[in-house]
Write a protein that binds this ligand. Structure first.
Ligand code: HEM
Length: 273
């Protein structure tokens, strides 16, 4: 059961509408945000933290400890400056796992190795149908290999963009999908059950990128937001944008966003009535 009263509403959580209403192409969609907006803490913090896997979450490349430790210090200082209590975490954990235990976001460490931004460590408990283990050690293009049109629409811009992220810069971007499952972790194939369309979930990933102080590394955070469709319907502009966005999905993407495509007739009908 999603406790919506205690969770951030779409307009609080997102800088702009996550739905792209232009002709479909994957976009960089990055926006600068302030230090205060880097991480998002709501009244479900402790509940979400309790759902994170205990112990070691992912695997890590050797040598990723020292930069992960710098990231840990950055997160601890961000939280304590804003008077958030730090949970007690097991001392034996890799520092990236400690990072993940402190915040509602998942986090990936990207290090520049042989000119390529490479995933060297990750604490991902709430993936949207991807396997963090299989991505460790991969460069940016390899991570995105399953995404149709990524190469033609985006490469080499994401890597070039990451090269240009300066110390003071923090950026956010979003991705979205439709799902019948309200779990935070979509790491399993769930049988789709008949659901009242108002309860279908609009799942939005709010991602941020920032350079880790004194390093050649970038922290990539992923915060999952889930809103039942009725919440989107209550916001005329968001509902309109979602409808347009669904219509624009090209065939190549339909084999990738399979659940979104399966649910879209139901969603369109509900939003149009
Ligand atoms: C500015 C940089 C980036 C851009 C523009 C970008 C863009 C995208 C896009 C367009 C998708 C398809 C999303 C969708 O379904 O809506 C995607 C998926 C994904 N991205 Fe990125 N991304 C960026 C950085 C990263 C980084 C740093 C990571 C690090 C782990 C990452 C991990 C992923 C993963 C795991 C997926 C899902 C891939 C799969 O289905 O196997 N992205 N990204």
């Amino acid at each position: 059961m999603l406790n919506l009263e205690k969770r951030m509403k779409p307009r609080e959580a997102l800088e702009v509408s996550p739905f792209d209403t232009g002709v479909f192409t994957w976009k960089m969609n990055t926006r600068s945000i302030g230090e205060n907006e880097w991480l998002q803490v709501d009244d479900c913090r402790w509940e979400d933290l309790s759902l994170k896997k205990k112990g070691t979450v992912g695997n890590h490349l050797e040598g990723s400890e020292s930069t992960s430790l710098k990231l840990l210090q950055t997160i601890e200082s961000w939280l304590t400056k804003r008077s958030f209590t730090l949970p007690i975490v097991d001392d034996y954990l890799h520092p990236i796992d400690k990072c993940g235990r402190l915040m509602q976001e998942d986090v990936c460490l990207m290090e520049r190795i042989s000119e390529c931004w490479t995933l060297t460590a990750a604490s991902v408990c709430f993936p949207t149908h991807w396997d963090p283990f299989s991505k460790i050690g991969l460069p940016l293009d390899g991570i995105h290999e399953p995404v149709p049109r990524y190469e033609e629409d985006l490469t080499p811009r994401p890597g070039n963009f990451m090269d240009r992220i300066s110390d003071e810069m923090i950026v956010a971007r979003t991705g979205w999908s439709l799902t019948a499952c309200s779990d935070l972790a979509l790491d399993h194939e769930k049988q789709m059950v008949e659901k009242d369309p108002s309860e279908l979930i609009v799942r939005v990933e709010r991602q941020t990128l920032r350079r880790i102080p004194n390093s050649d590394a970038i922290a990539f955070t992923i915060r999952i937001h889930r809103w039942p469709l009725r919440v989107i319907r209550d916001d005329d502009d968001l509902a309109k944008d979602l409808l347009i966005s669904l219509k624009q999905l090209p065939d190549e993407i339909k084999t990738y966003k399979t659940e979104t495509v399966k649910l879209s007739p139901m969603v369109e009908k509900y939003l149009n009535t």
